[in-house]
Design a binder for this molecule. Structure first.
Ligand SMILES: [Zn+2]
Length: 114
């Protein structure tokens, strides 16, 4: 809270939207100056550079979010060879299953013929 001679400002002010009144030098948010009702302004960010809003990841807000983040990071750093081995095993199992099904259908058509 900042107390001036006549005004007490309690609101949080976003630097990217803060305006400087060119008539009375009041810093405010909104369309016109709350002190002199002037609409002549300049953005404060013209002189005070504001950082981008999303420069980094948001902090985890819950233990569940932190657990998911740890799982994702652990999955990303897992060795590529292990992932390839897993995919190869799944592919081999799929091929074996298809081959078994092919043989089963061939055996049933042979039995059906007289
Ligand atoms: Zn003003």
């Amino acid at each position: 809270m900042i107390a001036t001679s006549n005004w007490v400002h309690c609101r949080r002010m976003d630097l990217r939207e803060a305006r400087l009144c060119l008539d009375c030098e009041e810093i405010y948010l909104g369309q016109q100056c709350p002190v002199c009702a002037s609409e002549s302004f300049a953005f404060v960010s013209r002189w005070v550079p504001a950082r981008e809003r999303r420069t980094g990841p948001r902090p985890a807000t819950s233990p569940e979010a932190a657990a998911y983040r740890r799982l994702l990071v652990a999955d990303a750093v897992r060795p590529k060879a292990l992932r390839l081995v897993k995919r190869g095993a799944v592919g081999l199992a799929a091929i074996s299953l298809a081959r078994w099904l092919w043989r089963q259908s061939g055996a049933s058509t042979r039995r059906a013929k007289p």
